[in-house]
Design a protein around this ligand. Structure first.
Ligand code: FES
Length: 382
């Protein structure tokens, strides 16, 4: 069994024309060839319609049996069914004349022609007449404009849409040149006059000397007479005294004691049995001319009680030294004889100076209980 050869679109179209020219096919006649699927013819038709300015929406899916009539199918009433070539011819005529095509024959029942889309079927059945704006849009496409410009031209709106650069440059009008404004001459700012100076701001004349002195006296009286002045004056005085005391504290004390070595006079100034007290207050010494162990001597007794250190008094009437503290008594030569004093009074060193005067040296002490009174430095023999 030989394989069926696939026919091209041209062959199918030629077979269809041939069948149309012969009229109705004889019953039982064998179809010339098996048609191909309708995909390719439909695409070709859409391309042709687009080139002709029509809407490329017609998509007719033709069954394989449409090109070759089925043996058992009945012929359509009213004439032969339009072939694909006829449909294409009508579409071309419509695109060329701008008139709706007239069907050359009655259309095939819808059962035999199955449209891919309802719009395509409607266009196949009753092709829409081309609108009046269609040629303008086609012309715009031919002029190289974009889709928006084409739509604007088709709608005939006054609003300009996107346009080509040439149109934009043509429509763009140069802005009218405005005359340059001459810079206005600035008027000098009005300066308000200076206000008159009030009296309190004016410079006062210099006061004379009398008025100035009166003012000073008034200031001093107020400053010193007020409580505030008194307080500050007291504070300043206190601070001054504190400062002086601090300065005195910073210096060492100065001993005002008399010298330890001093002269009391010539030996003739002290008669026998006399007790001189004039050196007691200043030097703490009694100068006595008396006998000690049967020898007349001039010696210097220390005016300090040997009990607790009090200062005894010489009682000329009683011819004794009497301590006021605890009642100790001492003879004229200094030997203790009453009271709590445990030992005799002490002697200072005494000697004759170069000038013949008696000179006392308090830096040296002589004690009787120690046998020191026999020292020649402790007395001057008479
Ligand atoms: Fe002189 Fe006591 S101190 S008797």
């Amino acid at each position: 069994m030989a394989e069926k050869k696939k026919l091209s679109v041209a062959e199918i179209m030629a077979a269809a024309r041939k069948a149309d020219s012969k009229g109705a096919a004889a019953p039982g006649s064998k179809p010339p060839a098996e048609p191909k699927p309708a995909s390719e013819p439909v695409e070709a038709q859409s391309a042709q319609a687009a080139s002709a300015g029509q809407e490329p929406v017609q998509q007719v899916v033709e069954q394989p049996a449409a090109a070759a009539p089925a043996p058992k199918s009945k012929p359509p009433a009213g004439g032969a069914k339009p072939s694909v070539a006829e449909i294409l011819a009508m579409a071309r005529a419509q695109a060329k004349d701008g008139q709706p095509p007239q069907p050359a024959a009655a259309p095939k029942p819808a059962a035999e022609v199955r449209p891919a889309k309802p719009a395509a079927v409607a266009a196949a059945k009753t092709p829409k007449p081309a609108p009046a704006e269609k040629p303008a849009a086609v012309a715009a496409v031919a002029g190289g404009k974009d889709t928006a410009s084409i739509l604007a031209a088709a709608r005939k709106t006054t609003r300009p849409g996107p346009m080509s650069k040439a149109e934009a440059a043509a429509r763009l009008k140069p802005a009218p040149e405005r005359p340059a404004k001459a810079p206005a001459a600035k008027a000098p700012a009005a300066v308000p006059p200076m206000p008159a100076r009030p009296d309190y701001a004016r410079r006062q004349p210099a006061k004379d000397a009398a008025v100035a002195a009166e003012d000073r006296r008034w200031f001093l009286s107020v400053a010193l007479g007020s409580f505030l002045g008194i307080g500050f004056t007291s504070l300043a005085t206190t601070l001054g005294l504190w400062t002086l005391g601090l300065a005195r504290f910073m210096f060492p004390n100065i001993l005002t004691e008399p010298p330890s070595r001093f002269k009391v006079g010539f030996p003739g100034d002290f008669p026998p049995g006399a007790v001189e007290e004039k050196f007691k207050a200043l030097f703490g010494v009694w100068v006595v001319n008396a006998e000690y162990q049967g020898e007349p001597q001039i010696f210097a007794l220390r005016t300090v009680c040997t009990h607790l250190g009090c200062t005894p008094n010489w009682l000329d009437a009683e011819q004794k030294f009497k301590c006021p503290c605890h009642g100790s008594g001492f003879y004229k030569d200094g030997i203790n004889f009453e009271g709590p004093a445990p030992r005799p009074l002490e002697r200072y060193a005494i000697s004759l100076a170069d000038d013949g005067q008696l000179e006392i040296d308090k830096s040296k002490l002589f004690q009787e209980e120690m046998g020191q009174w026999n020292d020649p430095a402790s007395f001057v023999p008479v």
